[in-house]
Design a protein around this ligand. Structure first.
Ligand code: KPL
Length: 310
C-alpha cells in the first residue's frame, strides 16, 4: 500500500520515521508530503532523525512537495494543524481516489467538519496520546509513549475497514500501541477534555503541564474548563468519562515536564489550535444555548496572546 503522510511536523516526522522502519520487508511505499519544496528536498537528502531516550536513528523517507508527482495514495495520513485542514485537502486532492482512506489526526474536534471535504475518498479519524516534539527540521524526539485510536464516524465500505486494519497493524508493528474504536467520536472528545484543561492554560501562563498543579488558582480554572466541556459533551450525547478532571490532572502529573503543543506553538510564534480545542467547546455550547464563561475567557486570552506575535 502507498502511505502518504502529510506535514513534516512533530507527528508527521514521528509517524514517518517509525512506520518506514517497521516495514522491514518493504511491503509498503511511504511518502512524506511537505508543501515547502526547499525543505522537502533537504529532508529527502538528510532523512528523518528519530530520537528516543537519548538514542538517535535516521530513517530514509522519500519527501515530496508535489502531490501530482507522488501519485494516488491508498492511505493519506493528515498530520497538519487543525486550522490548515481545508487548505491541505485542496493541496492533496491529486492523491485522493475512491479507494483512498484519509486519516485525520488533528487535535480537538473542529476538523470533524472537514469529513465532507474528502471527495469520494473515505474519511477516518485518529487520536493519539503519543508525545512528540520537534528538535529541528526533520528531527523529532519521542517524548512519551501513549495509545493511538482510530475509527469511522459512520458506515464505510469493507475496503476502507480493511485499510484501517492494515494501518493499525503497521502502527502496532512500529511500536505505536494502536487500536480501532467503535466510538471514535467519544475518544476524540475524551482527549478534548484533557486538552481543554491543559493547553490554553499552559500557553497563557507559560508553564509546563506539571506546573498547572502547583500554580495558585489554576486548579480552580482547570476544574471549570473541564466541567464546562463535559456539560457540552453530554448535551451533544457524546460519552466522556465522569472523571475527566482527574484524568486531566493525571496527564499533568505524567507529562509534568512537557511543554504542551499550544505552548510550543506560542514559543515558536505559530498560530495555536485554540479554535479547535476550547474554541470548539464554546462554539458547540453556543449552538445549544449553554454558557461556557471560563472557556470563552481562555479563548480570548490566547487570541490576545497570538496578536502580540502573529
Ligand atoms: O496533548 C497534549 C498537548 O500538548 O497537545 C497534552 C496531553 C496536553 C500533553 O502535552
Amino acid at each position: 500500500m502507498h502511505f502518504v503522510l502529510v506535514g513534516p511536523g512533530a507527528l508527521g516526522c514521528l509517524l514517518a520515521s517509525m512506520l518506514v522502519r517497521a516495514d522491514r520487508d518493504g511491503k509498503h511505499r511511504f511518502t512524506l508530503l511537505d508543501h515547502n519544496a526547499v525543505r522537502a528536498q533537504k529532508l529527502s537528502t538528510k532523512g528523518i532523525v528519530y530520537e528516543y531516550k537519548g538514542i538517535q536513528e535516521r530513517a530514509a523517507v522519500p519527501v515530496s512537495s508535489s502531490p501530482t508527482e507522488t501519485g494516488q495514495a491508498d492511505v493519506v495520513i493528515l498530520c497538519v494543524k487543525s486550522y490548515d485542514i481545508k487548505r491541505c485537502l485542496g493541496f492533496c486532492s491529486p492523491l485522493l481516489g475512491p479507494e483512498t482512506l484519509v486519516l485525520f489526526m488533528q487535535n480537538g474536534v473542529a476538523h470533524l467538519e472537514a469529513e465532507t471535504l474528502t471527495g469520494n475518498a473515505t474519511p477516518a479519524f485518529g487520536t493519539t496520546t503519543e508525545g512528540a516534539n520537534m528538535t529541528g527540521a526533520g528531527q523529532v524526539k519521542h517524548a512519551g509513549r501513549g495509545l493511538t485510536q482510530f475509527g469511522f464516524l459512520g458506515p464505510v465500505p469493507d475496503c476502507a475497514e480493511k485499510k484501517l486494519t492494515t494501518v493499525t497493524e503497521l502502527f502496532n508493528a512500529s511500536g505505536l500501541k494502536s487500536r480501532i474504536s467503535s466510538d471514535i467520536l467519544s475518544r476524540l472528545w475524551t482527549k478534548l477534555m484533557v486538552n481543554t484543561g491543559i493547553n490554553g492554560l499552559t500557553a497563557t501562563l507559560d508553564c509546563t503541564n506539571g506546573e498547572l498543579l502547583t500554580l495558585p488558582g489554576v486548579q480552580e480554572r482547570m476544574k471549570k474548563l473541564v466541567e464546562e466541556a463535559m456539560r457540552v459533551a453530554k448535551a451533544c450525547n457524546i460519552h466522556v468519562p465522569e472523571d475527566s478532571l482527574e484524568i486531566t490532572r493525571d496527564v499533568c502529573e505524567k507529562t509534568s515536564t512537557n511543554i504542551s503543543s499550544m505552548l510550543q506553538d506560542v514559543r515558536s510564534g505559530r498560530r495555536t489550535e485554540i479554535d479547535a480545542i476550547n474554541g470548539a467547546v464554546v462554539a458547540a455550547a453556543q449552538k445549544l444555548g449553554i454558557d461556557t464563561p471560563e472557556n470563552s475567557t481562555l479563548v480570548q486570552q490566547v487570541k490576545d496572546l497570538e496578536k502580540t506575535y502573529l
